[in-house]
Write a protein that binds this ligand. Structure first.
Ligand SMILES: [Zn+2]
Length: 267
């Protein structure tokens, strides 16, 4: 087993495992008996480094089976390091356990709607997703979002979040209410179904090939959206998930996203 092939395996292993972060593999030092590889992962906007020492004896004793196990071990170590880095920088405020077959309905000790504050003359009949269904969330619901806020969020901030994240949801095949969304622009579209990929090129979706034809680059414009509405949608997700005890610290945010506070503007 050659060292080049092992390095290649590690690169390919990372490529298949880490779709939502970027990574870099560099050779820090190389001698006849030792290669040190540095793997830098960027997940949640943080870099995590792992130095990997590949000793000659190890490389020489590799066979396909051992190599597979070795690469798996590397990925596992990386995963643990990234998770540890995440918890070093963030506090976990709430943890929810749920399974994919049953709804998890979050409840609150406060009466009324968490987003507009009203408790009287409001209804809570509709299904309220704590995270928009477009993010792939089917099961995490709340019982503290009134029907008015639910409707207003749906046609404003959820809609802009959907437009902003459309191409990402298409490429990462995030299933919303109506399956994986297609990304459509005037005259063109990108559609990724389980068994087929369809790209209709247009002035707004273009493809260029490298000289050796080994690489193709797709470029597209994003859909139009209002950035402040997307930001509000993230705030809304955080408010929807946080425990009651945190709410007092986020009253400004609450007021900022309250649909009943917003003067209608032309969209
Ligand atoms: Zn409300």
């Amino acid at each position: 087993m050659s060292k080049e092939s092992l390095i290649e395996q590690i690169r390919n292993g990372l490529k298949s495992e880490i779709l939502k972060g970027s990574y870099d593999v560099t050779v820090v030092s190389e001698s006849a008996s030792l290669i040190v590889l540095r793997i830098t992962l960027n997940v949640f906007s943080q870099n995590t480094n792992l130095d990997l020492r590949l000793e000659e004896g190890v490389i020489n004793s590799m066979n396909v089976e051992k190599e597979k196990k070795f690469v798996e071990g590397v990925l596992k170590t990386l995963f643990i390091q990234v998770t540890a880095a995440f918890y070093e920088n963030f506090d976990c405020l709430a943890e929810y356990k749920f399974d994919q077959d049953r709804d998890l309905v979050l409840v609150s000790d406060f009466p009324g709607c968490r987003f507009c504050g009203l408790a009287d003359n409001v209804t809570f009949d509709d299904k309220a997703h704590a995270l928009p269904a477009s993010t792939g969330n089917k099961f995490i619901l709340s019982d503290y979002e009134c029907d008015y806020c639910n409707y207003e969020f749906g046609r404003t901030i959820d809609d802009h979040f959907g437009r902003w994240s459309n191409w990402q949801r298409t490429l990462f095949r995030i299933r919303g209410n109506r399956g994986v969304p297609a990304f459509s622009l005037k005259g063109g579209h990108i559609r990724l179904e389980d068994d087929q990929t369809e790209i209709q090129l247009s002035d707004e979706i273009t493809i260029t090939f490298s000289e050796d034809l080994n690489e193709a680059t797709l470029e597209w414009k994003n859909l139009t959206y209002i950035p402040s509405q997307v930001r509000k949608c993230f705030y809304k997700m955080a408010l929807a998930l946080m425990p009651d005890s945190e709410l007092a610290f986020f009253q400004e945010i609450q007021s900022f996203i309250n649909p009943r506070n917003n003067i209608r503007r032309i969209h």
